[in-house]
Design a protein around this ligand. Structure first.
Ligand SMILES: Cc1cc2nc3c(=O)[nH]c(=O)nc-3n(C[C@H](O)[C@H](O)[C@H](O)COP(=O)(O)O)c2cc1C
Length: 195
């Protein structure tokens, strides 16, 4: 079948994890709500829809959230974005245990929907799974019935990210070059398809 355009592929390629932002360029609450609308419309196991979302686009809550996140584990000499390059907004994805006991991959799907929407708007983001969960819960008074699943960092991108191919050595670790460009190796198609 003849296909015109690569809209989805282009968006997926553009949607790279970004960890440095133009912090001063703010993101408003209404825009965050529009991104969560994309998660609302996404698939959910047994259609239980157990995810809940907390938004932050104010400097005070942003700072609280930032202090409980772990950035780019493979970049050993970088502890995360400096003041001025931090995310302008966050979406915290929670799992409501009164609706489901486990959340399968619902939060991964929701995260990708939100990030694709953000990318379409010219923003960028990063999924953060390494979180000081109990400290974050206390800081934001997150109800005990909600599990903290993921934090999405969002903002206007201030770094360049390029895709590479995993080499013969099989090394999948991302790296940053002397110009600050972030490189992300991806396995080649034939290596991920099992015939
Ligand atoms: C479930 C999940 C958890 C992640 N947790 C973190 C994290 O805690 N800190 C971080 O800097 N990046 C985190 N990432 C981003 C990955 O490092 C990133 O997706 C990977 O390096 C590939 O880069 P790409 O997203 O541009 O393809 C996470 C990604 C996923 C999917």
């Amino acid at each position: 079948m003849q296909r015109d355009g690569n809209m989805i592929k282009d968006l997926i390629v553009k949607n790279r994890s970004c960890r440095r932002f133009h912090q001063a360029l703010t993101v408003d609450r209404q825009a965050l709500r529009e991104l969560i609308e994309l998660a609302r419309l996404s698939p959910s196991a047994a259609n239980l829809q157990p995810l809940k979302f907390m938004l932050s686009c104010e400097p005070e809550t942003n700072a609280l959230i930032f202090s409980h996140l772990v950035w780019a584990g493979y970049l050993k000499d970088w502890t995360g974005p400096a003041e001025g390059e931090r995310p302008s907004a966050y979406i915290i994805i929670l799992g409501d245990t009164q609706i489901a006991k486990s959340f399968g991959c619902d939060h991964g799907i929701a995260a990708q929907s939100i990030l694709l929407g953000a990318t379409e708007r010219g923003w960028a983001g990063c999924i953060i799974g390494t979180i000081e969960r109990e400290k974050l819960r206390k800081a934001l008074n997150i109800p005990s019935r909600c599990e903290i699943l993921l934090v999405l960092a969002l903002g206007k991108p201030a770094e360049t990210v390029v895709l590479e191919t995993v080499g013969a050595d099989g090394d999948i670790q991302y790296w940053r070059d002397e110009d600050g460009v972030h490189h992300v190796p991806k396995r080649v198609l034939d290596d991920i398809i099992i015939d």
